[in-house]
Structures are given as C-alpha cells and as structure tokens.
Design a protein. Structure first.
Length: 317
C-alpha cells in the first residue's frame, strides 16, 4: 500500500506541475522603436540614423505616387531624386542598417502625393511592383536590396482596395518570404482608409497615430484618459497576430491639433500602463528630423524597451 500511495502521489504531483505549466507559461519581451525617415535633408543619412542605436525599425517615407497606371515614384526630400534617379545610392546604407539589426520598411502614401487604387486587379499590379522592386532582392529604384517590410500610411483619397493590396502582399509572405506588413492608422476607430485590411489581420504591426486627433489623444495638462482609452480600444480591436505601437510626434510643431506628449510624461504616466498589454509592440516616432533636434527617443528608449514578463501568447519579433 505504501508503494502504491507513493506512486499515486508522484502521478498527482506530475499532473499538477503539468497543469501549472500549461496555465502560466511566461515569456520575456520588450518594445521596439520605429522612426520615419526621408522627409527632411537635415535629418542626416540613413546610415547615421541606424548608427544611433536608438531604432529597431526605420520607415523610408514615402512612396507617394502609385496605382491607377501612374508611374511609381517616391519623395525622400532631396535624399535622392523624386523620379528615383539617384535612389540606388541608398542601397549600401540600407544594407548597413540591416547588418546592424535595424529593419528597413518602405512606407506607402503619406499626407501628400498622387496615389490610389482603381480596382482589385490594380492592387495586384501594385503588389507585384512592390514585391519585385523592393522585397525580392532584385534591382529596383533603391538598388539591389531586400527590404524588411511595407508600411501603409494611407492618409488621403479613396478607401477602396487597400485590403486587396495587403492581401496580395500577404500571399507573397505565405510563400515563405521573410518580410512584414504594417499599417499607420489615426487613433479613432474605424480608420477610414485601412479598417478592412486591419480587421482581416494582414498587418504584423499597427502604428497608431495618437496625435492630431483630439478625441483620442493626450491632452496638455496631464490628461491621459483619452489616449489610454483609445489604446485599450486598439489592443482589443486588432487581430491576435498584430502588435500595437504608440505613435507620437517628436516635437509639438508637427501636431497642430494637439497630442504632443513630453518625454517625462511618456515614461511616467503612459508606458507603465500600455506595456501591460500582451500585444504592446513599442513606440513609433514622427520623424527623424525632429527627433534629431529634441532627442525625444533618447529620453524614452530605456523605458520603452524595458524587458517585461507577460502571459504567453505574443512575442516581439
């Protein structure tokens, strides 16, 4: 009987240990910092941006002419020609960033330019252009590079067919292509342009802009209620495969409708709250030029990237 009781105790202990392991697995994770680059000559080179050690993702902004039979072109504000004539010179800088572990995305759209999609078949054409010129490793406007992702920063024009474009790019990912898709909506839900694509789960990262939108942003005077309420809405709204980033301006001037948050408020009042979300991804900053002046990222990065223990289910990658 003593032997049987001992054996039974061992079995029960094993079951309890297995049960605890199944219910309480944990993983250590931390946030990433993304930065938009390309809209001001004063921001410095891409190489210098990546050499700061501040950023995990750099978003080349913007490819702002495409779709509806337009000849695609970008606007990198004198870093290279708007007709892509000298953009191949960015290839070694992109590779330098990637060698340092910084992911480089191409951002589509922006606040100006001439872009839209005319049909689902047009979305397929644009997706093939993006894959062939920026994601495949073949020569393109930025030289022979393989970018790490495509960002949708759609701020103007029609809201049609963006989900079709994301779906088509996702089909390339499904063929074991190693790149990411991100979306940059404004902070109120639903986002006019990207709502359908976000709901369908095509995006790995959601870079939510918590500024220039008074109903869902920080209010000067220390009121975080609207921002945190909107954060909760986004982390509940996005599919389980998407990580949410807090989008902030690096200086008040870029947020005429408000939403600028001083670095000390970010670290003391906002980050400790949002980092408890299992789909917290990090911080995304507009933009490198302003960040270079204010050192905004330098002041928040240690807190934003702080390693925290969260329930299993979402890994930062």
């Amino acid at each position: 009987m003593g032997f049987k009781r001992q054996a039974l105790s061992l079995v029960l202990l094993s079951l309890l240990t297995f049960s605890w392991a199944k219910k309480s697995p944990q993983e250590v994770t931390g946030g990433k910092i993304a930065i938009y680059w390309g809209q001001n000559k004063d921001e410095g080179t891409l190489t210098a941006t990546c050499d700061t050690g501040n950023y995990d993702i750099v978003l080349l902004s913007f490819l702002n002419k495409f779709g509806c039979r337009r000849t695609p072109s970008g606007n990198f504000d004198c870093h290279c020609g708007n007709d892509w004539s000298t953009c191949e010179e960015l290839a070694p800088e992109i590779k330098h960033c990637q060698e340092k572990g910084v992911k480089v995305f191409l951002s589509l759209g922006g606040p100006s330019g001439d872009y839209s999609l005319c049909s689902s078949s047009d979305a397929v054409v644009v997706a093939n252009y993006l894959y062939g010129n920026f994601l495949s490793g073949e020569s393109g406007p930025l030289g022979k590079v393989t970018l790490d992702g495509i960002d949708f920063d759609i701020q103007k024009g029609s809201n049609l067919y963006w989900d079709c474009l994301a779906k088509e790019l996702q089909s390339f990912k499904d063929q074991n292509q190693n790149f990411y898709l991100s979306a940059a909506p404004r902070c109120f839900i639903p986002d006019y342009h990207l709502n359908q694509a976000i709901k369908k789960g095509y995006f790995d990262y959601i870079f939510v802009k918590f500024y220039n939108s008074p109903s869902c942003q920080y209010t000067s005077g220390g009121i975080t209620t609207f921002l945190l309420s909107s954060w909760n809405a986004w982390t509940s709204f996005v599919p389980s495969n998407s990580l949410v980033f807090l989008g902030l301006p690096a200086a008040p001037a870029v947020a005429p409708l408000g939403g600028y948050v001083a670095p000390q408020v970010v670290t003391s009042d906002i980050l400790p709250y949002i980092m408890n979300s299992s789909n917290y991804g990090g911080i995304v900053i507009w933009d490198r030029s302003l960040d270079n002046q204010t050192q905004f990222t330098q002041k928040i990065k240690d807190q934003a990237k702080k390693m925290v223990v969260l329930p299993s289910g979402k890994a930062i990658y």
